[in-house]
Write a new protein. Sequence first.
Length: 434
Amino acid sequence: MAETVDAVVVGGGVIGCSTAFELARSGLRVAVVDKSGGAGQGSTSASSAIVRFNFSTFDGVAAAWESKHCWENWADHLQSPAHDGLAGYIRTGVVFLDAPPAPRDRVTALFDRIGVPYEEWDAADLARRLPALDPGRYWPPKVLGDDAFYADAATRLGALHTPDGGYVSDPQLAALNLATAAAQHGTRFSFHTAVTDVIRSGDRVRGVRLSDGTTLSAPVVVNAAGPWSRSLNRLAGVGADFTVQVRPMRQEVHQVAAPPGYHRAGGSGPVVADLDVGTYLRPEGQDFLLVGGTEPECDPLEWLDEPDKADLRATASRFRTQVTRAARRLPALRVPSRPSGIAGVYDVADDWTPIYDRTDLDGFYVAIGTSGNQFKNAPLVGRLMATLVHAVEAGRDHDTDPVRHRCEHSGQIVDLGSFSRRRPPTDTTGTVLG
């Protein structure tokens, strides 16, 4: 069976659904293909869905700031008349503790240019504003077996507070909201379906073949396949000119009871990004915390060759390591003996900056390397990809004259050249925090 559409998006996570929505909203006939059982059931469902603005580049900060406005106005973004059944934005503020890989003045200079409100806290401010936290400086992060892990702090640290940060209540629901909005514009979804071949004619993509025997003919294919994106690039025969590569990585996020004093009266406590000990904390309602890791140098990274074989259960060893680190920062936090949490597979670029670009196969585009820190930018990523596709298909040479996108809410201009497949590796923290 054959079907002809204007664009195929491979991947039904939050990035793929956002891309499909924006392409369909622009008038294209779109088909989405995903091997999972529904929208957002892959990496998206394991996301902590944190919305923060601390990135190492202007375009990274600008994208996150614009996306925050989209989350705050989610029903309007989706062009949805209904407010029930939509993911919600929880504004808690984000506290980014001082650490050498992320000097404060580097990001505040970007905040000033873009207009992101922030407060600079010294150690006394941090202790007063968040009394449940130990403000000691413990850098660098250490393994639990290192005696220095338990040494007293000689100095104290401050923090950068962005009051507008927070998190999205349900990441999988957010992807489903985007899929529903895309379907209302005519997008057709095929789940439980894998791409078995990328059809090309010379230097032009012509569509994809699917595991159910269907052929989707299309002049545009967008790779938003998350941890499977590298495999899809190989099927398409692209990647030789990439200066930044992507790989699948297994990660865990754990849930624990919040210690006394973390949550504010009548509301939740803030998101805390803590490169100093190697963790991040995110409220989960008013009773719990999610605890994730920041890939400190002392920890081995769990790269995968086959994402489908990843064990998606939390492990006792990783749970104990990450939650004990969190307890170093939160002295009243209890470390349970039994792990509670989930594992997911990230699609990670070498420099933790995504690739939103065309490829040397005309019509084949990539929105990859997004897992871990790009959920927050998903509303804008769809618009970036739609802008890119329409410009390049109209003849723009994006490689020599990068496409730029003007943001609707903030007025900022995002240079898509910053997310080029051919860029020199971006100077970032080298972690999920970007």
